[in-house]
Design a protein around this ligand. Structure first.
Ligand SMILES: NC(=O)c1ccc[n+]([C@@H]2O[C@H](COP(=O)([O-])OP(=O)(O)OC[C@H]3O[C@@H](n4cnc5c(N)ncnc54)[C@H](O)[C@@H]3O)[C@@H](O)[C@H]2O)c1
Length: 280
């Protein structure tokens, strides 16, 4: 899957269609990651959406990117585009996942998925799978990466959490539980690793314009028998002051900053990028 113009209607219905394309000021932010030449950056879920954007951004700084995903064709395409290395891997197997972290200077735990259902009807196997992919495998990858980071006295761990790492929404029990778990893991690693020059932080986006959101919209529309456009306006952007979806490149820019020289004293933190959702 590749990100694209998933929600053009949402922009026009908000009266925002003539606004400049959203995204970071590439000119002023270009150097935020510094020069990562020689660094090995492992990015999970790099075949699509936010992960692909992060992989592209880190590669642009000189990092050697290992692009991890179970979507083989997609991750190979991204890796080829950026001169990185594809690693086709199913992160629902934590034993396998550990191998992705070995030798990494930078880990971006980003792979994830969503399932929408009330708790009393939530399939237990799906709950378990979400927690494995979004908490246990990140733990395994970090666990495998830390010895090398400690030996080199430098490392960056960026966990792509969510606004749902900080607050709940109905129907997303596995996702909210997993993201809260990832937040706890990130902070614990931050405390243990600080003395070794290794930082660990979370990024907490609101709704980002990616295929994962497209799927959520479809699921919600089916569950509640409402039109897709109504889900976007009434559900996704209802609590968001900035009335547009976040762009994957904006998340990638923050990830790059968290890997760069200006953020070396930033650790154990969680950065909302939610258009003001959390201000309510
Ligand atoms: N899109 C949003 O609105 C949003 C908001 C907040 C947080 N996030 C988080 O950002 C991350 C990326 O989401 P996205 O929106 O880019 O989604 P996406 O669906 O576009 O990309 C997710 C990628 O993860 C990969 N993946 C899923 N399960 C995997 C597995 N078992 N093994 C290996 N790879 C696997 C998929 O193949 C896909 O390439 C997720 O952790 C998600 O929770 C997304």
């Amino acid at each position: 899957m590749a990100s694209g113009s998933v929600f053009p209607l949402s922009f026009s219905t908000m009266g925002d269609s003539s606004a400049p394309a959203p995204g970071p000021d590439a000119g002023s932010a270009a150097g935020s990651a510094g020069d990562l030449t020689g660094k090995r950056a492992v990015v999970t879920g790099a075949g699509s959406g936010i992960g692909a954007a992060v992989a592209r951004r880190l590669a642009a700084t000189g990092a050697t990117v290992v692009a991890v995903d179970h979507a083989a064709a997609e991750v190979r395409a991204v890796a080829a585009e950026i001169g990185g290395h594809p690693l086709v891997m199913d992160l629902s197997d934590p034993e396998t996942a550990a191998a992705a972290g070995e030798g990494a200077d930078i880990v971006v735990n980003n792979a994830g998925m969503q399932h929408v259902a009330p708790v009393h009807r939530f399939p237990p196997d799906v709950f378990s799978r979400l927690l494995t992919v979004m908490v246990e495998s990140p733990f395994r990858i970090i666990r495998a990466a830390l010895p090398t980071m400690y030996a080199r006295s430098w490392g960056r761990i960026v966990n792509v959490s969510s606004v749902h790492g900080l607050r709940a929404s109905p129907l997303k029990s596995a996702y909210v539980t997993a993201k809260h778990g990832l937040e706890g893991l990130s902070k614990t690693v931050a405390l243990e690793a600080a003395g070794y020059g290794v930082t660990s932080n979370c990024i907490c986006p609101g709704y980002v314009r990616t295929p994962l959101v497209e799927q959520q919209v479809a699921d919600h529309a089916t569950l509640h028998r409402v039109p897709r456009e109504q889900v976007i306006e009434d559900v996704l952007l209802a609590r968001t002051a900035v009335k547009r979806l976040v762009e994957p490149d904006e998340v990638a820019e923050l990830a790059a900053w968290l890997c760069g020289p200006a953020s070396s004293s930033v650790t154990g933190a969680s950065f909302p990028m939610d258009g003001g959702w959390g201000a309510h």
